[in-house]
Design a protein around this ligand. Structure first.
Ligand SMILES: *Cc1c(COP(=O)(O)O)cnc(C)c1O
Length: 452
């Protein structure tokens, strides 16, 4: 008889349905359906991995946000932040619900145009606006938010050359008590740069200053920061009225409201710690209403919330490729999606649910993606039931930034489906193919000859 190879014995800690330090284990609840559609059938029909958007949740989120702000303030306008998720189907839902578009490149600008938005409902932000796109936006009567002096001077010159009078605002950066400061965008409030830029615009007859803008950060955990931002914009608007007798049409407080995801290293889950939209709305509207504007002169309040309106409407479905033990004995589970599709796993401890019953036994494990890249980790450490090859999982709250920041690295990008109000799935973006990738490549003639 052949002698068996020696294997080092190993003691593993297994948990069976224990509570964690916060009480019950919600992490391991099975999620077998999304908006009544079985996960299993979605994966069978559209392949794995698969992004799924819920139209119902999108509409619920934007309707809720409008209700919260409109019950506190008379004039409110949301503008959908394209870079957060610019799938056309998603943008159209937001536009149907009364959102304008907030874009930060010429490419996004024309996406908004092609989604049927009139020019005067497109806000053009960001530090990168070419002359061509500045002219297009000016001719379309869009709202151009100036980021720096070079852009200001370019716009003055273009407007003179082409006899235009674009509607503009400036972006303001400031100290809101959040560090590091986001002072690379726009003009600084505290050092007088913002007022200087305003003076130049008021003196340049070619520009029509209609608003003030700020976007103080993303995933903001402080409502005070919004109160400070609102106060500073009101102060500038007030001074413009005093000095020039001009009432600004709007102030735009940007986005940055947090979603209920859990940030890496956070002790408590995001659902328990992030401020609600109600609290942020209170902070902003209390300041504006209390500032002293006459009722009829209250500025329109524009909000560019992205993440908070879309994150929980997106799911990523996937399949276990394999399990293994790392050299130190830790359990490893390898999934068919990783950093390539789930860019936000760099920031979030994403919640994952098994899509089928797996038994009570759980173990701490690392979830890896499929890439040949060491940092391709979906969760460093998570206690889950013992997943095995072929099991299906659902990642929650992935609607923000993943479908715009995803990488075509090693694998192709997967299908995206939207489930409509009657619970019917629709393919809204096709999985990429080898032909699609190759269609952008060109072969120089000298490399195209037959091999000898
Ligand atoms: C990205 C961005 C937004 C949206 O930010 P969220 O954090 O997703 O709400 C809004 N305005 C500007 C100018 C942005 O760059």
């Amino acid at each position: 008889m052949k002698k068996q190879a020696y294997e080092r014995p190993m003691i593993r800690k297994m948990n069976t349905g224990l509570m964690n330090k916060f009480g019950t284990k919600t992490e391991n609840e099975v999620l077998s359906h999304i908006e009544s559609v079985p996960v299993k059938s979605l994966l069978r029909e559209y392949g794995s991995p698969l992004f799924v958007m819920s139209e119902r949740q999108l509409r619920r989120n934007i309707q809720n946000a409008y209700r919260i702000f409109k019950t506190r303030y008379p004039k409110v306008q949301f503008a959908w932040s394209y870079k957060t998720n610019y799938l056309n189907a998603v943008c159209r839902v937001f536009h149907q619900e009364g959102s304008w578009a907030e874009v930060v490149s010429g490419f996004e600008y024309n996406k908004a145009v092609q989604n049927g938005l009139p020019g005067n409902q497109i806000i053009f932000n960001g530090p990168d606006k070419s002359n061509e796109y500045l002219l297009q936006a000016a001719r379309n009567n869009s709202l151009i938010h100036i980021d720096h002096y070079d852009e200001l001077y370019t716009l003055i010159q273009l407007s003179e050359e082409h006899q235009l009078k674009p509607r503009v605002a400036i972006r303001i950066n400031m100290d809101t008590g959040i560090y590091p400061k986001w002072d690379r965008f726009g003009f600084n409030f505290e050092n007088g740069q913002a007022w200087n830029a305003i003076t130049r615009i008021m003196n340049a007859k070619q520009l029509d200053l209609v608003g003030l803008h700020c976007h103080i950060g993303t995933f903001m955990l402080s409502t005070n920061a919004y109160a400070t931002a609102a106060k500073n914009l009101c102060e500038l608007a007030w001074n413009i009225k005093e000095r020039y007798g001009k009432n600004l049409q709007y102030i735009d407080l940007g986005g940055g409201f947090p979603s209920t995801n859990t940030l890496k290293g956070a002790y408590l889950p995001g659902t328990d710690t992030v401020p609600s939209i109600d609290q942020i709305a209170d902070a902003i509207t209390d300041v504006i209403l209390g500032y002293g504007f006459k009722q009829e002169e209250l500025p329109l309040l524009i909000l560019e919330s992205g993440r908070a309106l879309v994150d929980d409407a997106g799911y990523l479905l996937g399949t276990v490729l394999a399990t293994k033990r790392l050299s130190d004995g830790r359990r490893a589970t390898i999934l068919d999606f990783g950093l390539n599709s789930l860019f936000t796993s760099l920031w979030y401890e994403h919640k994952l649910s098994p899509a089928q019953e797996l038994g009570d036994q759980t173990e701490e494990m690392t979830l890896f993606g499929p890439l040949c890249m060491n940092i391709d980790v979906v969760r460093e450490s998570i206690v889950m039931p013992l997943l095995k090859k072929g099991d299906q999982v659902v990642v929650h709250k992935v609607g923000a930034y993943n479908m715009t920041q995803w990488m075509q690295f090693i694998t192709l990008r997967p299908n995206i489906v939207m489930i409509d109000m009657e619970n019917r799935p629709h393919l809204i973006r096709k999985a990429e193919t080898l032909d699609y990738i190759n269609s952008q490549e060109l072969m120089p003639d000298y490399l195209n000859q037959e091999q000898q």
